[in-house]
Design a protein around this ligand. Structure first.
Ligand code: SAM
Length: 277
């Protein structure tokens, strides 16, 4: 039944997660820098390098929060585009095929090839902070913000070239359901990419990491955000999440192909990816 033993903790988890991110939204970016000593920026940059998106790509960033992945994505494709234009201008005498298509594309075609990112998150407060940040930075073009649950995405089938979820999937109650949804909304040939805390492989680093996270993170949470409990939850949710191999199996079970992962910072974080055929 709905009130059975199984379902109660699940609903509680979703409620708890919502409260945590509602509480921390305003301080979320500062906390990320403080807790990871800035390293979360490198993890996110790595995701973009591996993704290497081209112009015209449509990205869905689920559990996108304050927009870090989407911002990096737009920055990356715009930088690539500028580079191609400069290259085309330099090589007017012997243009490559790429240059020809750049030079002769009309405004309209350029518009059609514009990359777009959708940031989807269950938490309105996180999205509000993100949107404010995007407006402030003047990077709102090409971005949209959608409230939605990873387990029941408010999008049609076969819509996106890339689906990302960064530090979000461990907060989802039914991971298998979220993976099914990722598969559904991706176009055939589309790519799933996930950054998540994982299992530290080196035993020495593992002990340091345990000490740091169990003892320091709730303290930082209290000092910076006045919120010990939310950050204690964060540490616990990391411990409960499946390790690299288990998570890889789950992605394969959902129906993705060529699933692989790489460890970042000795397995503190893992980057998993797979394709929809
Ligand atoms: N991706 C961002 C980043 O890397 O900075 C934010 C990550 S933050 C740790 C986790 C986010 O997951 C929160 O914004 C939270 O609201 C969102 N979230 C939790 N459960 C969700 C769900 N079921 N569907 C969509 N988003 C969810």
């Amino acid at each position: 039944t709905h009130f059975g033993f199984e379902t109660v903790p699940e609903t509680e988890k979703a409620k708890r997660v919502y409260k945590v991110f509602e509480n921390v939204a305003q301080k979320y970016d500062t906390m990320n820098d403080a807790m990871s000593l800035g390293v979360h920026r490198l993890w996110k940059d790595t995701l973009l390098h591996v993704m290497h998106p081209q112009r015209g790509v449509r990205l869905l960033d689920v559990a996108g929060g304050t927009g870090d992945i989407a911002f990096r994505f737009l920055e990356y494709v715009r930088f690539q585009q500028e580079r191609q234009k400069r290259r085309a201008a330099r090589s007017m005498q012997a243009p490559s095929w790429q240059d020809i298509s750049n030079n002769y594309s009309t405004e309209e075609e350029d518009g059609a090839q514009e990359s777009r990112a959708v940031v989807c998150d269950i938490n309105k407060e996180m999205l509000r902070v993100g949107k404010q940040k995007a407006d402030g930075l003047g990077i709102s073009a090409g971005l949209s913000w959608v409230v939605g649950d990873a387990e029941e995405l408010p999008f049609d089938d076969d819509q996106f070239d890339i689906y990302t979820i960064a530090f979000g999937i461990r907060n989802v109650t039914h991971i298998d359901q979220a993976l099914q949804e990722a598969l559904r909304v991706l176009k055939p040939g589309g790519r799933f990419m996930c950054l998540e805390f994982s299992k530290v492989t080196n035993p020495v680093l593992a002990r340091l990491y345990d000490a740091y996270s169990f003892q320091m993170i709730p303290v930082l949470g209290e000092v910076i955000a006045g919120d010990w409990k939310s950050y204690q939850y964060l540490v616990e949710s990391i411990r409960k999440f499946p390790d690299q191999e288990e998570f890889k199996d789950m992605i394969e079970d959902a129906g993705f192909y060529s699933v692989k992962y790489s460890n970042l910072t000795g397995g503190v974080v893992a980057l998993h990816s797979g394709f929809k055929l």
